[in-house]
Write a protein that binds this ligand. Structure first.
Ligand code: NAD
Ligand code: DAU
Length: 379
């Protein structure tokens, strides 16, 4: 389809910037509007390479600003929304749950209401429209580390595709699981997912929801495990591993998530949910040792020399034990598969952070915030 106008929210953040870049480059006939409030996590430097493209526009706006979003949708004739804007860090949600409810729940509701008000007023109404909400696997809660008698994890287990994968438990997150969020972050995301589905069921809005596992790659804010630890290893600062480092996360390279979003936006079925993940489970402590090994090698230090930086600290409150996505439905119905093996992806990622120390320094200094606030005053 040509001449579409797509509103991407949260496009100045980690995943959003990869989605914006992919769409701007791949679809020169589309108009891509990036709506972002530029919170501490939003950074226009993530999009420097595409900011002057004729099919791209940035708008500094809060998703909670219903009137503003509605006016923008009307002015720009938006016919597709890809909604990523959110507060995304679990530790922050434990300290400040109100902000998470405001942005993730009320903000999503405001986006839905604006899309509804605009689209329902058009002669064609919802025809050719799409509201695609990006969510997380954390809404499903935590999986156990069960394992067959006598076999120590990680062991080979079967996902619903019948394929075998290395895993730390026999169960996976499938789309039909009931929601059991534990943190204020995942509770707020779960609530937003329910609102999106309610807008389909109540008003007939053409919605889609996807739930993805942990992403890694360039431009991730260095409060999250991988960029934080790479930066700390570089500067020989302590690596604060929560608890004993036994928790398991399922990691996907961010560009593979962006490709899945592109595919699902265009070919996914309305009212469906798709889980996105690469069957790539890792214990935190093993990820940390891998980060140390590869970073040391890339910095010309003896591999593993920095293991003494590992510092076990008080566990995260309510720390979910294991996440593991079963993405069989997406693979079967739309043919999506991750393109990068983890070993390749993690080396590429570490190399990027080491080669982009300026980006890290800017983001950690907070200087970029002041700069962009000045630049976008009143826009
Ligand atoms: P991020 O924190 O890096 O970026 C969030 C972006 O949203 C920032 O640019 C920020 O400025 C913007 N934003 C925040 N509040 C806003 C508001 N009120 N109005 C407008 N913009 C606002 O987040 P991320 O890691 O890129 O995650 C993006 C989305 O993907 C989130 O919805 C998150 O729940 C989901 N998700 C993330 C992961 C992951 O591993 N990072 C995995 C699955 C799903
Ligand atoms: O599963 C998808 C989710 O992944 C997304 O919805 C979230 O937006 C995203 O932030 C991420 O959540 P996590 O809490 O899993 O990511 P984080 O990088 O914060 O932590 C990964 C694991 O590492 C987790 O088990 C906690 C642990 N950790 C994290 C930090 C920041 C530590 O041990 N030490 C740390 O300093």
């Amino acid at each position: 389809m040509s001449n579409r106008t797509i509103l991407i929210t949260g496009g100045a953040g980690f995943i959003g910037s990869h989605v914006v870049r992919l769409f701007v480059n791949k679809y020169p006939d589309y108009r891509i509007i990036n709506l972002d409030k530029l919170t501490y996590a939003g950074n226009l430097a993530n999009l420097k390479d595409i900011e002057d493209r004729p099919n791209y526009r940035f708008v500094k706006m809060d998703i909670c600003d219903f009137e503003g979003v509605l006016a923008l949708m009307q002015d720009e004739h938006v016919d597709g929304v890809i909604h990523l804007a959110a507060e995304s860090h679990v530790d922050r949600s434990i300290k400040d749950p109100f902000t998470f409810a405001q942005t993730n729940v009320i903000g999503t509701l405001s986006m839905l209401q604006a899309a509804k008000a605009y689209w329902e007023g058009l002669p064609e109404k919802y025809e050719g429209k799409r509201f695609y909400h990006i969510s997380t696997d954390e809404v499903y809660g935590a999986l156990e580390m069960t394992h067959p008698e006598g076999i120590e994890p990680p062991f080979t287990t079967k996902a619903s595709s019948g394929e075998h994968h290395l895993a730390y438990g026999e169960k996976f997150f499938t789309e039909d699981l009931k929601y059991q969020p534990h943190s204020p972050y995942s509770a707020a995301k779960a609530s937003s997912d329910h609102f999106v589905r309610a807008f389909h069921d109540t008003y007939g809005m053409p919605t889609i929801v996807t739930n993805c596992s942990n992403n890694y790659g360039p431009y991730q804010f260095p409060e999250k495990l991988i960029p934080l630890f790479v930066n700390n290893i570089r500067h020989r600062k302590p690596l604060p591993v929560y608890g004993k480092g036994e928790n398991v996360r399922d990691w996907l390279y961010v560009e593979d998530h962006a490709r899945a979003i592109d595919l699902i936006f265009h070919e996914g079925k309305v009212a469906e949910t798709y889980n996105i993940g690469g069957f790539n489970e890792w214990k935190n402590i093993d990820i940390v040792k891998t980060l140390i090994r590869v970073t040391d090698r890339l910095l010309g230090r003896p591999e593993g020399a920095d293991e003494d930086l590992i510092t076990f600290v008080t566990d995260r409150a309510g720390h979910d034990l294991r996440y593991a996505i079963d993405s069989t439905k997406l693979q079967r119905e739309l043919g999506w598969e991750p393109s990068l093996q983890f070993e390749e992806g993690i080396e590429k990622t570490i190399r990027w952070y080491l080669e982009n120390q300026d980006w890290l320094d800017n983001v950690t200094s907070g200087e970029y915030q002041k700069y962009y606030e000045e630049m976008y005053k009143g826009r």
